[in-house]
Ligand binder design. Structure first.
Ligand code: ZN
Length: 284
């Protein structure tokens, strides 16, 4: 039976289903101003927080880190910043034990995108603060986006620098459209969403500066620091790539925040994450 005769034959509900199936894919609704959505992409329970300061303040103390992903909606497109631990972990209810403690994903990135009316195919740009596994978990869900990648970071990741980098988790960079960058980068060309070069944690680490209409300047830290106290007291994890660069990057971001009266969001700081609007609400 041909499709037209099937449509003639079919009842109303099938016709409706068939016509929506045949309709072109709906692009995401347009937005007028820049919006920041914070998504819960996992929790990391750490047995001994000593690994987050080389000056001893956390020795022997446990802690919990948030592991968010962010969606930035702009009139000209959509940027996903960091992609969390990976939705695969959500298949193990309650999470998994790892050497440093325990990790869990209670809400998948894909479900949270759906909650705000988006599909992976709607995403225009994908970028990462750095290539550690807890920031690249769902990267391969976005093969159609343009991947904005720091050259130094990628070269380092390709050198197989150790257990924190799982290059297979973001292997689609080899086939996706890429925009390779060296330093600061204005994503939409109007200064409202700017990647900032903040090396130290890894060689090509970067943070993200947003200029929002109501909320003002907001900087997403990446892993420039892992806790708010680390920013305040300039504490550096012993496993960072370069201590001096980390301190210089903290100085840079601190000065930008002073100059712009901006707000810092320390991505792994649970209180900072909880201070952001809960989906489907956003900051604008
Ligand atoms: Zn991290």
């Amino acid at each position: 039976m041909s499709r037209s005769s099937l449509l003639r034959f079919a009842g109303g509900s099938l016709l409706l289903a068939a016509s929506s199936f045949l309709a072109p894919a709906q692009a995401a609704d347009e937005v007028k101003d820049v919006r920041l959505y914070a998504l819960d992409c996992g929790l990391i329970h750490v047995k001994d927080m000593a690994m987050f300061s080389d000056t001893g303040e956390y020795n022997g103390k446990p802690g919990v880190l948030s592991d968010p992903c962010f969606v930035i909606r702009h009139p000209k497109g959509i940027l996903v910043w960091d992609t969390g631990l990976g939705d695969k972990m959500a298949e193990t209810k309650g999470g998994v034990d790892v050497e440093i403690g325990h990790m869990q994903v209670d809400h998948t990135l894909l479900d949270q995108l759906k909650e705000i009316g988006l599909a992976p195919a709607d995403v225009t740009y994908l970028s990462f603060s750095h290539t550690h596994f807890d920031h690249t978990g769902n990267a391969n869900e976005f093969p159609g986006a343009t991947w904005i990648l720091n050259k130094t970071e990628l070269a380092w990741a390709e050198s197989k620098p150790g257990p924190f980098v799982n290059i297979d988790a973001f292997s689609d960079y080899k086939t996706a459209k890429t925009q390779m960058i060296d330093g600061d980068y204005d994503v939409f060309g109007d200064g409202s969403v700017v990647i900032l070069k903040t090396p130290g944690h890894t060689p090509g680490h970067q943070s993200l500066e947003l200029k929002l209409k109501k909320a003002g300047v907001v900087i997403l830290s990446g892993d420039l620091v892992h806790q708010r106290a680390n920013f305040t007291f300039r504490r550096v994890p012993p496993f960072n790539y370069e201590r001096a660069d980390t301190l210089a990057s903290i100085d840079r971001v601190s000065t930008i925040l002073t100059n712009t009266k901006g707000r810092l969001v320390v991505q792994h700081d649970l209180s900072d994450f909880k201070s952001l609007p809960k989906l489907p609400k956003y900051l604008d």
